[in-house]
Design a protein around this ligand. Structure first.
Ligand SMILES: Cc1cc2nc3c(=O)[nH]c(=O)nc-3n(C[C@H](O)[C@H](O)[C@H](O)COP(=O)(O)OP(=O)(O)OC[C@H]3O[C@@H](n4cnc5c(N)ncnc54)[C@H](O)[C@@H]3O)c2cc1C
Ligand code: SF4
Ligand code: SF4
Length: 1016
C-alpha cells in the first residue's frame, strides 16, 4: 500500500491572503494554489524547475489591473508577479517562485480588425491568429517553431522571430500598439508620440499622476541623452537588442517616442500586456521550397553566403542527428521522398538546407528557384554548394518539410540514453558570414566535454540552435551547464554576436552587462522607472539601478535536481514520464489536431501530457523519498492483503473528509485523460500517458477504494458476453429511462447503449456458421488467403452487422474467412489500472490468438482500439512472449486489393471518413490505406482531419466526464459533419456511438459501404 503523501510546500500566508483578497475584490478569473497546478507551472521548456506560490488566470484587463493594484498594497509588498503565455520559453523566462499570471487560459480572444491592423488578447496562439486571418489572405508574419502553442503575449515579450525573419524581421517590427498594465495598476497604451506631446505630459516627480502618465517624459529625457551612445557603441546585429530597446524608443529623425520598443522583448519585467494591435501583411501567393543536401553540417553552413546571394526568404539548416530521429517519427513518411538514402558510394546526406522563395508573382518565384537549381547544377561538388537537391512538388509536401524543421527540437528530445539534449546555449547569433568558423569553435567546446549534440538553425541570420545532451540528474553534468555557457557567451562576444539571439534572456540575464558594457546602466535606469520595487518577473533582463546583485543567473534550481531524487529504478521504469522535455507540443491550439483532447476542452495545463508527466514525476519523487514507489514495492503478505479492503475504506473516508494527500491531486490529473493514446505517438519524445497512468491507478488504489465504475469498465468485456445470451432481457432495462437514471446514480456511468438484439453468435448460427476452433483450424488446408477475424466486445455485441460485413467482404475478395472465438482483450482492465488482472488476461488471450496465427492465418481485428491494444499494451506487457501479429481491416484490404484489378465506377460516390484517433496516431498510414482501398473500388473518400470525438471507450460514458465529452465533440466532430450525414463513415465503435449520442447519426463502417458497392 502506498503511503499518504503529505509533503507540501504550502503557499505563504501572504500569498493566501492575496488570493483571498482578489476573490473578495471581484477577480473574475481563476485562482489556484494546489500543489499539482503549481508543479505544472514550475517548468517551461528550460532546464529549470521552480515552484511558484500560486497561479492566477485573469479573464480581462480589469482583472490584471486588480492584480497589480492589490499587489501594490503595502501588506502584499513582497509578492512578485510573472506573466506566462504558452510557457515555451527555453531559459526560464516565465518561471518564478512568486505568483504566475497565466494569460493563456482565458485571454484568448481575437478582437477587431481594421485594415492591416488586428487587435488580440495576449493569450491568442500564433497559429490560432493565422488560421483566423487566412481566409482574408493576410497573416501575422513573425514566425517561430512552437507556433501551435506560443502566444502573442509571449512572442511580444520575447520579441520572437524565426523562419523568414530575414524578410519579415522580429515581432516588435509588426506591433502597432500595446496596452500594458503597469505595476501601479495604471494602463499604458503605446503609440508613436511627437516630442511636444510627450513634453506636455506630467513630470516624473508629479506624485498626483499615474505611472502611465509620468513614464513617457522620463523615458524621453533618458533616451534623448543616450541614444547616440547606443547607435555608436553596440554592434549592428540583426538580433541584438531584445527588450528595453533604448536605441529605438526614440527616433531622432521623426522626433517621436514609442514605448513599445521598451516593452517588446521585456519578458514581462516592465508590465503585463493585455492587448496588442498587430500589423498583418498579405500572404505571398507563391512559395517554392528546395531541399539542398550536404555531406556535412559545416558544408551546409558554409553555403550561407552563396545561397543568400540568391535572395531567398528563408534558409534553414538541419543536421543528420535531427534527420535520423525524424526517420523514426510519424512525420517521416510525408517527407521521405525528399530525404532519400542513396546507395554507396554517394556520401551520406549529413545536413540539409531548406531554401524558400516567396512572392506574389508565381513566374518570378519559379524563375528564382530555377536559377538556384541551375546554380547548384553548375557548381555541383564545389565548396559551398550542395551535392544533391530537390524541389517540393506541391503545397502538402512543402508544409510537411517545414513541419519537419519545426519538430527539430522536439525530435532531439527522443535521443536514446539518460543524457538528453537540453537548451541553454540554444539560440546564439553571430554574423552569418562567420557562422561556419564559429561552429568549429563551438564544436571544440562541446567535444572537449565529450558531449553529443544536434544542430539546426536559421543560417540566413546567423542563428544556430544547438542542444548538447546532458543528464542533469548527474551533478557532474549539471556543472557543465555553467562551464559551457560561460565559454559560449565569450565565444559569441569574440565573433561579435550574442548568446540570446532568438529566445530571450530569462536566467541568462547575467550576461547582459557583458554585452552592453557601460551602456547597461541605462538599461537599469529603464527598469528603475517602470518597476523600482522589482515586483515584475524579478531578476530578468535588468534590475533597478544599484541592485545588479539581484540580476538572474543561470544557477537556478534545475529539473535534474528534482528528478535525481526519484529512485534510480523508478527513473528507469517511468522514463515515459521523466523524459518529457516540456516543449509543449501537446498543448496544441488546433481543435482538429489529435493531440490532446483533454487539454483542448479544459485549457488547463494539468490536463496535458506535459502536465500529467509533471505531476507524475513529483509523485514518484515524493514516493521515492519514503521508499514506496509502487512498481518497486514487494507484493503485500497475506495479512496485509486481508486487511487491505477495510484499510482502504478508512483511507477513503479520510479522502471524503478532505485529508490532504498529493496522490489525490495526481488522480485528478489522470482522471481527465481519455486514454486516446495521441501523446504516445504525437509527442516527439513519445510520452505515453495511458501507460504510466495505469501504473499510477494501480498504486493509488492500493490505498483508496475504487469507484464502482472502475470495476464495471474493467469487467465489461466479460459481462457483455454474458449479457449477450439474453439481450432482450438486459435491453428491457437499458432502454428504460428510470433504470438509466438509477444505474447512473449508482455506477457513475451514463447513456449506456442497448445491446444488439441478436448477437454475432446468433447471426453466425443462422447462417450455418460458427466460430473457429484454433486446433481444428490447424488441420484444415486451403489455397486461399486464410483470415481469422478477432472478435471484440463492441462490434460483436453491439454491432454484429459490421463483423458480418467484414467477413462477407473478405470472402468476396477471395479469402478463406473464419471468426475466432470471443476472447476479452482486457483493454478496460488496462485503462483502469488493474494491471495484474490485465497481464493474466493478456497471457490467456494471447495464447489462443497465437494458436490461430500458427495455422498460417492473418489475424484481423475490426475495432481499432482493441486491435491496437494487442499491438501496444500487449507488446509492453508480454514483451517477447507475444508471438502473433494482428492487422487492421484496412491494412489487410490494402494488401489484398493491390493484387487485384481495380474496379470502375461511373458515379464515384463520395464518402467522408472520420478515423478513430488511436488508429490515426498508432497506425498513421491507416487513413491513407482506406483511401487506397476506396480508390480501388472506384469510390471517393475524403479523410476528415478531426481530433478525438470525445468518447474514447468508457470515458464519455462516465458521468463526471459527460460535459467534457460533449465539449470535445463540439470542438471536433461536431464542426465537421457537413450537410450530408448519410455519407459519414467511422471506423471506431466509440465514435459511432458518440455520433449517435450527440449528432443523432448512425455512421456506417467503411467495410459496409464497400460490401454494398460490391453488391451493386
Ligand atoms: C521547441 C521550441 C522552439 C522554439 N523556437 C523559437 C523560434 O523559432 N523563435 C523564437 O523566437 N522563439 C522560439 N522558442 C522560444 C519561445 O517559443 C518563444 O520565446 C515564445 O515567444 C514564447 O512564447 P510563450 O507564449 O510560450 O511565452 P512564455 O514562455 O510563457 O513567456 C515568455 C516570456 O514572456 C512573458 N510574457 C508572456 N506573456 C506576457 C504578457 N501578456 N505580458 C507580459 N509578459 C508576458 C513571460 O513573463 C516570459 O518572460 C522556441 C521554444 C521551443 C520550446
Ligand atoms: S509531453 Fe511530449 S509534447 Fe508534451 S511537453 Fe512533454 S515532451 Fe513535449
Ligand atoms: S492519452 Fe489522449 S487525453 Fe490522455 S494525455 Fe494522451 S493525448 Fe491527452
Amino acid at each position: 500500500m502506498i503511503p499518504r503523501l503529505s509533503e507540501l510546500e504550502p503557499a505563504t500566508a501572504t500569498t493566501r491572503g492575496f488570493l483571498a483578497e482578489l476573490a473578495r475584490a471581484g477577480f473574475t478569473g481563476d485562482l489556484a494554489d494546489d500543489l499539482a497546478t503549481r508543479v505544472v507551472g514550475a517548468t517551461d521548456n528550460s532546464i529549470y524547475q521552480i515552484l511558484p506560490q500560486a497561479i492566477v488566470y485573469p479573464r480581462s484587463r480589469e482583472d490584471v489591473v486588480l492584480l497589480m493594484r492589490t499587489a501594490a498594497e503595502p501588506r502584499f509588498g513582497k509578492l512578485t508577479l510573472t506573466a506566462r503565455g504558452g510557457g515555451t520559453g527555453t531559459n526560464g523566462q516565465a518561471l518564478t517562485s512568486g505568483i504566475v499570471v497565466d494569460l493563456g487560459r482565458h485571454m484568448t480572444q481575437i478582437l477587431e480588425r481594421d485594415g492591416d491592423r488586428i487587435d488580440v488578447e495576449p493569450g491568442v496562439v500564433l497559429d490560432q491568429l493565422n488560421a483566423h486571418l487566412a481566409p482574408s489572405g493576410v497573416f501575422f508574419a513573425p514566425n517561430l517553431s512552437p507556433s501551435s502553442r506560443a502566444t502573442l503575449g509571449g512572442m511580444i515579450s520575447t520579441d520572437a522571430s524565426g523562419q523568414g525573419s530575414r524578410v519579415y524581421g522580429k515581432t516588435s517590427q509588426h506591433v502597432a500598439a500595446l496596452e500594458v498594465v503597469l505595476v501601479d495598476g495604471s494602463v499604458l497604451v503605446t503609440r508613436p508620440m511627437p516630442r511636444e506631446e510627450v513634453l506636455a505630459l506630467p513630470a516624473w516627480d508629479d506624485s498626483t499622476a499615474s505611472l502611465a502618465d509620468r513614464l513617457p517624459r522620463a523615458v524621453l529625457e533618458l533616451a534623448e541623452r543616450v541614444h547616440g551612445d547606443f547607435v555608436e557603441k553596440l554592434p549592428r546585429l540583426h538580433r541584438f537588442l531584445t527588450g528595453y530597446n533604448v536605441e529605438r524608443v526614440w527616433d531622432p529623425d521623426s522626433e517621436t517616442l514609442d514605448l513599445k520598443w521598451l516593452v517588446t522583448g521585456a519578458e514581462g519585467t516592465l508590465g503585463i500586456v493585455t492587448r496588442a494591435s498587430l500589423r498583418v501583411v498579405p500572404i505571398p501567393s507563391a512559395r517554392r521550397l528546395a531541399v539542398l543536401e550536404f555531406p556535412s553540417f559545416e558544408a551546409a553552413l558554409a553555403s550561407a553566403e552563396t545561397v543568400i546571394a540568391q535572395d531567398p526568404s528563408s534558409i534553414e539548416t538541419v543536421d543528420d542527428r535531427v534527420m535520423d530521429l525524424a526517420r523514426r517519427d510519424v512525420i517521416f513518411p510525408s517527407v521521405a521522398a525528399y530525404l532519400p538514402v542513396r546507395p554507396d558510394p554517394f556520401p551520406k546526406t549529413a545536413a540539409i538546407n531548406l531554401v524558400e522563395f516567396e512572392g506574389n508573382d508565381l513566374a518570378g518565384v519559379e524563375e528564382r528557384m530555377a536559377s538556384l537549381v541551375a546554380a547548384c547544377e553548375r557548381h555541383r561538388g564545389e565548396p559551398g554548394w550542395p551535392m544533391a537537391w530537390s524541389v517540393a512538388e506541391n503545397e502538402t509536401d512543402r508544409k510537411a518539410l517545414w513541419q519537419l524543421r519545426a519538430k527539430g527540437v522536439g525530435l532531439l528530445g527522443n535521443t536514446q540514453g539518460r543524457r538528453k539534449p537540453v537548451p541553454f546555449v540554444e539560440d546564439t547569433v553571430v554574423p552569418p558570414e562567420k557562422l561556419s568558423s564559429y561552429v568549429a569553435e563551438l564544436r571544440a567546446i562541446l567535444d572537449a566535454e565529450g558531449l553529443v549534440y544536434g544542430m539546426f538553425g536559421h543560417v540566413d541570420v546567423g542563428c544556430l540552435h544547438v542542444r548538447p545532451a546532458l543528464d542533469l540528474r548527474d551533478p557532474e553534468d549539471e556543472k557543465r551547464v555553467r562551464r559551457i555557457s560561460d565559454q559560449v557567451a565569450a565565444l559569441c562576444t569574440k565573433y561579435g554576436g550574442v548568446i540570446w539571439g532568438e529566445h530571450g534572456k530569462g536566467f541568462r540575464s547575467e550576461y547582459s552587462p557583458r554585452h552592453f558594457g557601460e551602456l547597461f546602466v541605462h538599461v537599469e535606469a529603464i527598469k528603475t522607472l517602470f518597476d523600482p520595487g522589482e515586483r515584475l518577473n524579478p531578476g530578468k533582463i535588468a534590475t533597478p539601478t544599484g541592485k545588479r546583485r539581484h540580476l538572474a543567473t543561470i544557477d537556478q534550481p534545475t529539473r535534474g535536481q528534482q528528478d535525481r531524487q526519484i529512485e534510480r529504478a523508478a527513473q528507469d521504469a517511468f522514463t515515459l514520464a521523466i523524459d518529457c522535455n516540456g516543449n509543449g507540443q501537446c498543448y496544441d491550439w488546433d481543435p482538429d489536431h489529435v493531440m490532446c483532447p483533454s487539454s483542448k476542452v479544459t485549457r488547463d495545463r494539468i490536463h496535458t501530457p506535459k502536465g500529467r508527466a509533471g505531476v507524475m514525476r513529483e509523485w514518484l519523487r515524493q514516493l521515492s523519498n519514503v521508499g514506496a514507489v509502487p512498481a518497486m514495492m514487494k507484493p503485500s503478505g497475506p495479512l496485509a492483503a486481508a486487511l487491505s479492503t477495510p484499510l482502504r475504506a478508512v483511507h477513503s473516508l479520510g479522502k471524503v473528509l478532505g485529508r490532504f494527500d498529493y496522490s489525490h491531486e495526481v488522480n485528478r490529473a489522470m482522471a481527465g485523460c481519455l486514454a486516446c493514446k495521441a501523446c504516445a505517438t504525437q509527442c516527439p519524445v513519445k510520452v505515453d500517458v495511458p501507460a504510466f497512468r495505469s501504473h499510477f491507478l494501480e498504486g493509488y488504489h492500493t490505498r483508496y477504494l475504487r469507484p464502482l465504475r472502475d470495476h464495471l469498465v474493467g469487467g465489461l468485456e466479460s459481462a457483455l458476453a454474458f449479457m449477450a445470451v439474453a439481450p432482450w432481457f438486459f435491453n428491457f432495462f437499458l432502454r428504460s429511462t428510470i433504470f438509466q437514471r438509477i444505474f447512473a446514480l449508482l455506477s457513475g456511468l451514463v447513456d449506456t447503449p442497448p445491446l444488439a438484439s441478436r448477437s454475432l453468435g446468433t447471426h453466425l448460427r443462422e447462417r450455418g456458421l460458427g466460430v473457429a476452433d484454433p486446433t481444428a483450424l490447424e488441420s484444415s488446408a486451403s489455397e486461399k488467403t486464410r483470415v481469422v477475424i478477432v472478435q471484440d466486445a463492441f462490434t460483436s455485441f453491439y454491432e454484429p452487422r459490421i463483423v458480418l460485413a467484414v467477413r462477407d467482404l473478405l470472402e468476396r475478395l477471395g479469402c478463406d474467412v473464419h471468426v475466432a472465438r470471443y476472447l476479452p482483450s482486457g483493454k478496460g482492465l488496462h485503462v483502469k489500472g488493474f494491471l495484474r488482472r490485465f497481464e493474466k488476461r493478456a497471457r490467456a488471450t494471447a495464447a489462443t490468438l497465437a494458436k490461430y496465427a500458427a495455422s498460417g492465418a492473418t489475424l484481423v481485428a475490426i475495432e481499432p482500439a482493441v486491435a491496437l491494444a494487442f499491438r501496444d499494451e500487449y507488446r509492453h506487457t508480454l514483451g517477447k512472449d507475444l508471438d502473433f501479429e494482428i492487422v487492421l481491416v484496412q491494412e489487410l484490404l490494402a494488401r489484398i486489393v493491390k493484387e487485384q484489378p481495380g474496379r470502375k465506377s461511373d458515379a464515384r460516390p463520395r464518402y467522408r471518413l472520420f478515423g478513430h484517433c488511436t488508429e490515426k496516431t498508432l497506425a498513421p498510414a491507416s487513413q491513407r490505406q482506406w483511401a487506397q482501398v476506396f480508390e480501388h473500388f472506384g469510390l471517393d473518400l475524403e479523410l476528415v482531419a478531426t481530433g478525438c470525438c470525445g468518447m474514447s471507450g468508457a470515458f464519455g460514458h462516465e458521468r463526471v466526464h459527460r460535459d467534457e465529452s460533449k465539449g470535445i465533440w463540439d470542438l471536433s466532430w461536431g464542426r465537421w459533419l457537413g450537410d450530408d450525414p448519410s455519407r459519414i463513415l467511422a471506423t471506431g465503435y466509440s465514435c459511432r456511438s458518440q455520433a449517435h449520442r450527440f449528432g443523432g447519426l448512425s455512421p456506417l463502417h467503411p467495410a459496409e459501404v464497400l460490401l454494398a458497392h460490391l453488391d451493386r
